[in-house]
Design a protein around this ligand. Sequence first.
Ligand code: GRF
Length: 220
Amino acid sequence: MQVKAEVRLAQLGVLGSGKGSNFVAIARACEEGRIPARVAVVISDVADAGILEHARQFGIPALYLPPGPYRSKLDEAAERSYVEALQRAGVEWVVLAGFMRVLKGTFLRAYEGRIVNIHPSLLPSFPGLDAWRQAWEYGVKVTGCTVHFVDAGIDSGPIIGQQVVPVLEDDTPETLLQRIHEAEHELYPRCLAALVRGELVVQGRRVLWRKPQLENRVAT
Ligand code: GRF
């Protein structure tokens, strides 16, 4: 008889407002055992967001939760409803994947140090909206993507990992974005795997990898 060691799976909750391509990369990585985790729930502030449809295709509970009256944040009641839904699903780590609202006190306190985000530039350059377009317009020769812990600022928490994408002479903002997405789909699962395995040590702003498995890679 073959005895298989049981690996405890970390419980992820994914929040997104858009297409959900990062969610798909993460869900696949979970299914294939590259991240020792399962996505317990996906929540969106946009009723018809692609991410919810993708979640259903994976058989993962997909919730639309109304965000309240503000454009760029959840109101207090909405923050509570998001946190309650995540806690009900047993979520340990909150994974932002294209969630277009800033999280505030109630949410940050409930999941302090347990919220991560992916941003489409090499932070601290080009925080905020349409970072890929900002980078293209500025004329930088390299850009990329960043996975970071979420704090009270905008795209300002300690950096977990980054992946470099060169800006080519004939790039348009859209072709550049496409290659940034490809880099994101590699970077996010790698960072999440290290995170849930407990391989990351946070020392102030610096996040140290106990196993040297991440280098800055140039996407080709
Ligand atoms: C990604 O580019 C991510 O960096 C940003 O939002 C986008 C989400 O794309 N935060 P998708 O919904 O995962 O396709």
